[in-house]
Unconditional design. Structure first.
Length: 431
């Protein structure tokens, strides 16, 4: 490890620690490295442009963001909420159960944990608080924990990014996320059932059975979005990027013409919000291209693979160590940064240890999503604080049982790879 590279890392972490946006910290540290080594500063632009223009799959990211924002703006969340109330509202702690089920359903449309938390998560949290029967911290904790499911069940923006850095099939990654996402949802619902019984939380609104067909019919067009998306990809009709475009067009048609809840002004605001979200992700990805180029030039991934190969670690022990590292880093860094900067370091080691990259991708993504709700700096904790006004300290007080359940589910995914790989193998995956 050369002195310029040590200075690069020191500069990056130092700037990030002082509150400089991670993308800018990567740019500044990388420029310093190039100047210090006497390399052509034009490498910065070259690596960014080559990375952006050679990655067709990246186009899926802004399209999934747009589809999620259109769903939020189009009142689709309200119809999904009524549908989920009809299914599980009559249970003990009904609104909390509805929150989790809405997150599972909405996950098939958004691909973003933040979109889930700020959309349906906010709605159900405020409903729970309004009843006066749920502690505000608990209501926000349920919404935060269930939002973790958003990027696991396809479509998933983090999985698209992982596919980019690992050269893995987006389609098989999406399939690999289905069972783990559902497993997380079931685990959280079991926890809520136990807590609701212990703390005597109320049952939710009971929707009469005679109204169920009407409620289902109203929600059906929205529920069809993930079906259309997955059919397009696995039916061979579209690539994942084309499926993302189809999802955005379908969401626009649904919100503007079927439900008629998005007018021209709403559409403009949604496009602007989507552009801003896309710009944030794009700047991070652009910074990561040059950062990862320097890391590869220094031979860090190969060194990590060689070190681990020399220790004769078993794949399971390697996965446990890597997940422990990500759990710690996830307390301090956002998901996109970890995916773009840290995950590439371990890809060569996975290949050397013959660890399936689809399995590794799902496990790492679940791990990083858990970091979004892990104190002290879990991003979703602050998102829920921002959209509901509930103090972060109250959310943290209630979040620990949810974190424990999520970690238990993660352990199962690590120890039993078939929980991830069974569904991709049904569609021809042979990795």
């Amino acid at each position: 490890m050369s002195l310029p590279f040590v200075l690069l890392l020191a500069g990056f972490f130092g700037l990030a620690a002082f509150g400089v946006p991670v993308a800018y910290a990567m740019f500044i540290a990388s420029i310093g490295y190039l100047l210090f080594t006497g390399a052509d500063i034009g490498l910065l632009a070259e690596q960014m442009l080559n990375g952006m223009f050679d990655s067709f799959v990246l186009l899926a990211v802004p399209l999934f963001i747009l589809a999620a924002n259109l769903m939020n703006a189009g009142g689709v969340t309200d119809r999904l909420l009524v549908f989920c109330q009809a299914l599980v509202g009559r249970l003990k702690g009904g609104l909390a159960q509805v929150d989790i089920l809405v997150s599972v359903v909405f996950a098939g449309m958004s691909g973003s944990a933040v979109a889930d938390a700020a959309g349906p998560g906010k709605l159900v949290t405020m409903m729970m608080v309004k009843t006066g029967r749920y502690p505000p911290g608990f209501a926000a904790a349920v919404a935060s924990a269930s939002a973790v499911i958003g990027p696991i069940i396809p479509p998933s923006i983090p999985l698209v990014i992982y596919a980019l850095i690992s050269d893995t099939s987006v389609g098989y990654l999406f399939l690999g996320g289905v069972a783990p996402g559902l497993m997380l949802g079931v685990a959280l619902m079991v926890l809520v059932a136990f807590v609701s019984e212990k703390r005597d939380f109320p049952r939710g609104e009971i929707v009469p059975l005679r109204q169920f067909p009407r409620v289902t019919l109203q929600a059906l067009p929205a529920l069809m979005l993930p079906v259309i998306l997955l059919w397009g990809i696995y039916g061979g009709a579209t690539t994942p990027t084309e499926a993302a475009a189809l999802a955005a067009v379908y969401a626009l048609a649904l919100a503007s013409f079927y439900y008629r809840t998005v007018g021209f002004r709403d559409l403009v605001e949604t496009l602007i919000a989507s552009s801003r979200s896309t710009a944030v992700v794009a700047v991070l990805i652009a910074g990561a291209f040059i950062f990862n180029y320097i890391i590869a030039t220094e031979g860090v991934p190969a060194a990590v693979a060689s070190l681990l190969d020399g220790t004769e670690l078993s794949p399971v022990v390697f996965l446990l160590i890597v997940n422990l590292i990500f759990l710690i880093l996830g307390c301090f860094f956002d998901a996109t940064t970890l995916l773009l900067v840290v995950v590439p370091l371990f890809i060569p080691a996975c290949r050397a240890l013959e660890i399936d990259l689809v399995h590794f991708g799902i496990v790492v993504t679940v791990n990083i999503m858990i970091g979004l709700v892990t104190p002290p700096y879990g991003v979703l904790l602050f998102v829920m604080n921002a959209v509901t006004g509930i103090p972060v300290k109250d959310i943290i007080r209630e979040i620990w049982p949810f974190v424990a359940v999520l970690l238990f589910a993660l352990l199962i995914l690590i120890l039993v790879p078939e929980t991830v790989l069974w569904m991709p193998r049904q569609f021809g995956y042979v990795g």
